[in-house]
Design a protein around this ligand. Sequence first.
Ligand code: GAL
Length: 821
Amino acid sequence: MIKKRHTHFIIVVLIGFLMASCHQAKSPRTILSFNEDWSFSLADSTLDASNPSYDDADWRVLDVPHDWSIEGEFSEDHPATAGGGALPGGIGWYRKSFQLDVSQKGKQVYVQFDGIYMDSEVWINGTYLGKRPFGYISFEYDLTPYLNFGSKENVLAVKVNNANQPNSRWYSGSGIYRNTRLVITDAIHVTQWGTYVTTPEVTSESATVSLETTVLNPGTQPADAEVYTLIKNQKNQVVANTMSSTKLVAGKNTVAHSVTIKSPELWSIDSPHLYTVVTEIRTGGELTDHYETPMGVRTFTFDQKKGFILNGESVKIKGVCMHHDLGSLGSAINTRALERQLEILRGMGVNAIRTSHNPPAPELLGLCDQMGFLVMDESFDMWSLKKSPYDYAQYWDEWHKRDLEDFIQRDRNHPSIIMWSTGNEILEQWGDQGPIIAKELYDIVKALDATRPITVGMNPPVNMTNAGVTTQFEVNYNSISKSDGIDVIGYNYAHQTYPHHQANFPDKPFIATETTSGLMTRGYYDTQSDTVKRWPIRWDIPFDQGNPGNTVSAYDQVSAPWGSTHEETWQVIKNDPSLSGMFIWTGFDYIGEPTPYTWPSRSSYFGVIDLAGFPKDVYYMYQSEWTDQDVLHVYPHWNWTGRDSVDVWAYYNHADEVELFLDGKSLGTKSKEGEDLHVMWRVAYAPGQLKAVSRKGGQEVLTQVIETTNEASQIALTADRQTITADGKDLSFITVEVQDDQGRTVPVATDLIQFAVAGQGKIVGVDNGDPTSHLSMKGNKMRAMAGKCLVIVQSGKSAGQITLTASGEGLTTSSLVIETK
Ligand code: GAL
């Protein structure tokens, strides 16, 4: 026994020593950002641009990620229609020249694209590499056989075809809209997404980590190699390691390892601990690859009776659906913009994200791993039956297997992902093909990852003819919900049926994949707010003929007919432990789908947070329910000249009651009744000061004051971060408020604000969250909506200062300095 321990100890030390020496050696894998200095032309007949000698001197030079649609004008004439954001598509070409040092000869060279929208084709030095129709998928090409070294240039050309629209629900963006990189490796190396990490056994004492590594030997002869696996914790300490000697055949090889982490630190929402798996390969004593895979240790299960269990504890999934655009940045991915979205969502108490309805940018998944968000990772919005004229259905037969496999292989190591979704409201769901395709996709996914359940967002999974009646629902309605193609029943809407889930699906757990679809415009309020309105189901009936502003009241009272108010669905989910949770449609507004309107609206009304990132009032209902912090949120504003009465709502928690005062006179004390999550007063309007006080056991918890303002006279600028990194990517999001002489935001202000920037940065987006605004989101002016707008400033590459100046007619000009370091 003692002897055995010694042997083990010696091996561990030896591996540690070898790995340590590997680390000192220069890593033979070079990962270079390939984002800078592309030449771009938005022209649909640049046929010979794939030829390396093509003269692109007059093309625009830009960096990717790049979305040319967001740079265009909003117009109802664009084929995308308002549903796709009313922005242009078209055909674009990108070209990039680069040189490789002669020392790189003999290396493997790959170009990786995280996403090109859509139908891209790629050439290197005039040789055609291939095409990828699916605009949301990540892929790479092997450039090795076609490269020049030394002073001779290489030219990579990319054609992007987003001309045939509509082809996506919802706004897609156009172009090389995600990150790109060049990966240079030695001959023998780990392939793209070539590691698969699982934790088959986890206890508080230990975690077994299994690793399958795919190693490519591009030669024609077998090669002897040692493959090392080492796991590091967040303090960079090695907590487990192993190695194996192996003969690598020509082509792909799979090397399996299993190691144990003692006393593992678990990944959870509150404490998202990550480890890093380091894989190293040596041949003939030489290090030939070094590859890192972030990972986490956690257990989870969806239980039919107990809901979602993470690390042995019940966790209610408080999720939001997110569409992929980043507001005024379009779909051009930016890590800080994603992080800001997650920070704002975390402030509301959100703990889960659904990537509706497509594979997301990998950076989103990395942030969810780091910040502790659960993820429902979704692959498709349609299968073989199309939802829009030119969508992915036309490529389904040829591409779905490859795309689904690539998607799973890319994403399966993320600890944040707790569920795969193979589809959303698939049209086959009611027909014979539904179960067949669902099962085919199920098998494709399970062959690559059997550790996570599979769902499909179904609308709805049961027969709704009994909606509202407390009898069991007819399950025959949806062919997919009865099939072998899903593990968890995914409900889109139909909250009336949730209490019957146990009876309808005794064998399968529950998730509300998509809920609510409440409708609201930030800062707009109807006079009467105590009736719930479902917007009519007929698509051709405008929501309100007499509403030229295309606004929807921001009280939580209006929803799509298939949805509910925010309170209604949460009330059902909240009290039933068997219901694992929900994903609200949507966290943020997104470009496209301006339901209940069409043009001149061009972005959604569904978000809890508007397109600019400003919370609508219902954000605070969730905050009062989903977070531990003390909340009192009273609304609307108090500038109501011409109105007789105004409904005042309050969301609160940690208190028994709220008392409202107008100019010091009590309007009464209210407490939430029954299942209600808000209180309301109907107040005869008089300008002045509205004050609300929440109390617990007679003790004041919080106070909020809202005052009628004077005329707008100045501009206040507030940056989310005053210092940003001088890396040419980082962003500062600056909230612009139109205020009166006493520094109070004027809630009805719509002033046009002009921006100017000087120093080490530039303006990359402007927005106000108004779905009807047709001002360019890439310009330097924006109108305030409900007193506010947003300007996004991006750093350059030099340290220094950025000065932003904001001016407007009749308003005192304001400026703000951002440091870049
Ligand atoms: C769902 C659909 C979403 C969105 C939503 C709006 O049916 O899955 O993409 O359209 O409705 O309520």
